[in-house]
Design a protein around this ligand. Structure first.
Ligand code: SF4
Length: 185
């Protein structure tokens, strides 16, 4: 077995949908070796960044973000559903790893986020602190690399670590990297 378990590390309120949560899981071992296989196999990959070992999948609703040592799932109903989703993710990782001899890994970067994908992960308060009139305008500006993620001040707060990391995965090298990201949050 490649990954024995994924523990539910903690949950946070989900920005994208009030009343729902973000689930943060920690795999029993690093999973970066599986990511190029998933990138080759799955139809719902919207971003893969091999340098950061970050794969983002669209789920309905929300996102599943796989990092080497962390897993984020947005728009989850409750902790019970989170545990089920983490268990299903573990099964996906293990089944994919078992089939590795039959899969040609896809190692190149991939990025197909839509403005709506980016907007869903922003605070969506239209506070204008970034200089744009709306969060949707900021989402377009991010995709066009006219803006940097750290210009959204509310997104830089400690309690928005998960959507921020998912956005970093989605935007890849479109987003000029700055030093405000605190990986240990
Ligand atoms: S600063 Fe962030 S929350 Fe405020 S309008 Fe800009 S993108 Fe939206």
């Amino acid at each position: 077995m490649f990954v024995e378990y994924i523990t539910l590390d903690h949950t946070r309120p989900c920005l994208a949908e009030p009343g729902k949560i973000i689930v943060v899981g920690t795999p029993s071992r690093p999973i970066d070796a599986v990511l190029p296989l998933l990138n080759a196999m799955l139809p719902n990959v919207i971003s893969y960044n091999p340098r950061a070992s970050a794969l983002v999948l669209r789920r309905k609703p929300g996102f599943l973000t796989l990092l080497a040592d962390r897993i984020y799932i947005t728009q989850v109903k409750d902790a019970d559903e989170g545990v089920e989703l983490l268990s299903a993710t573990r099964d996906l990782l293990n089944q994919t790893w078992e089939q590795r001899e039959t899969i040609t890994p896809r190692n190149e970067e991939r990025r197909t986020p839509r403005p709506l994908d980016v907007w869903e992960l922003l605070p969506r308060t239209n506070c204008r602190a970034c200089g744009e009139a709306t969060c949707m305008a900021f989402a377009f500006a991010l995709l066009q690399a006219r803006r940097k993620l750290d210009e959204c001040v509310p997104l830089m707060q400690p309690d928005t670590a998960e959507p921020r990391e998912t956005l970093r995965g989605l935007l890849g090298n479109l987003e000029p990297v700055t030093s405000v990201w605190h990986k240990s949050e």
